[in-house]
Design a protein around this ligand. Structure first.
Ligand code: AQP
Length: 341
């Protein structure tokens, strides 16, 4: 088996403000992996248009999400930071992979079912084949590790299946057996699935119509405190051990967020707050959230006011990304039998 350089790839959609789920589920790992791996972090604007976006809003959102990346601590000197649409190899490889992936595989994707809702016929074709583009994003760089939240697990398994099928289908044209390394999901950390503040059974998401459902990374201190105060809870007191959170999704979510911010275990948090009411716990959680998110929000706003700088980061990142993707995608074209001049 050939040796592949350990390489990290991941991305977020510019479809709204980044929120606490993005931060705890993915971003914390992204930041940490910069110190140990070669990392490529993408603003996945091509994924964003699988659902119609107002063009001027999309352009602004690409800048805003990039500003949030930088404010969280991604460093353009350590990592490649770019937007997907500036590297044409993603779309090119996605077509090849769409011819490798099977309809039956895509039919099983739960995210499509959730997002398309009842009227599947009206969903874009892009939304349906979104996982093929995601596979191309990763495989175009021969990425080996993909840090994501729990909700992306199924898409990553599909990316692995596509890589393996490509390697098998074209085995006769691949010198040492494996052209695409099957990427490893990296789903780990204090909160791999942060839930909505209004409904503990739904994930926190950018597209939830209620802004009260999420903590945005740009929310000010008053907004953070208000959202936590209004967060749904149940009438019981907090339990003293993690097992007591079973069947209490809202309580479990808030304690999980507290533990993630604090860097402590859920049991340790409950040893302190168990038996108490939610009100004082919520006050402390709000203070903690403001202390962690406030500086990120301030820095994001500062960077958003300098779009020329943010665009320069994306331009430089896109050029560096292309130097990695171009030879890999060129080779993929050759492997499938295209004439590559
Ligand atoms: N609630 C979450 N908990 C943990 N991780 C999460 N991620 C997203 N939500 C949570 C992780 O963040 C990364 C970027 O995901 P995304 O760009 O797809 O963002 P989103 O917030 O998941 O977007 P929406 O709101 O669900 O969809 P749209 O934008 O279509 O409205 C991923 O690693 C994801 O796992």
């Amino acid at each position: 088996m050939p040796h592949f350089v350990p390489r990290v790839f991941s991305g977020m959609q510019p479809t709204g403000n980044l929120h606490l789920g993005n931060y705890l589920g993915a971003m914390l790992n992204w930041i940490a992996m910069q110190e140990t791996h070669e990392c490529i972090y993408c603003v996945v604007d091509m994924h964003a248009i699988t659902v119609w976006q107002e063009p001027a809003e999309l352009r602004k959102a690409i800048i805003d999400v990039t500003a949030a990346y930088l404010a969280c601590g991604l460093d353009p000197k350590k990592s490649i930071i770019f937007n997907q649409s500036q590297v044409a190899e993603h779309a090119e490889l996605a077509w090849i992979l769409s011819c490798v992936a099977r309809l039956g595989w895509l039919n099983r994707m739960t995210q499509f079912k959730e997002k398309a809702g009842k009227d599947k016929e009206a969903a874009s074709v892009g939304l349906y084949i979104y996982p093929n583009l995601m596979a191309a994003d990763i495989l175009a760089y021969h990425a080996t590790h993909v840090p994501v939240g729990e909700d992306q697990k199924q898409h990553l398994e599909l990316a692995r299946d596509i890589a393996i099928k490509f390697n098998n289908d074209y085995a006769s044209a691949i010198d040492d057996g494996i052209f695409f390394p099957p990427p490893e999901p990296f789903i780990t950390g204090p909160a791999t699935r942060v839930m909505s503040l209004r409904d503990g059974t739904k994930k926190m998401s950018k597209s939830d119509p209620s802004d009260l459902s999420r903590l945005n990374l740009t929310d000010d201190a008053d907004t953070i405190a208000r959202k936590i105060r209004k967060a749904k809870t149940d009438p019981e007191a907090l339990p003293s051990e993690a097992a007591g959170l079973k069947g209490r999704p809202e309580a479990e979510n808030l304690v999980g967020i507290f533990a993630a911010f604090k860097g402590d275990s859920v049991d340790k948090i409950l040893a302190q707050y168990g038996g108490g009411q939610f009100s004082s716990f919520k006050n402390d959680l709000a203070d903690l959230a403001v202390a962690k998110l406030g500086p990120i929000g301030d820095e994001t706003k500062r960077l958003r006011a300098d779009p020329a700088y943010v665009e320069s980061v994306l331009k430089d990142g896109s050029e560096r990304a292309r130097t990695i993707a171009a030879p890999i995608v060129r080779k993929a074209r050759e492997i499938v039998g295209f004439i590559v001049s």
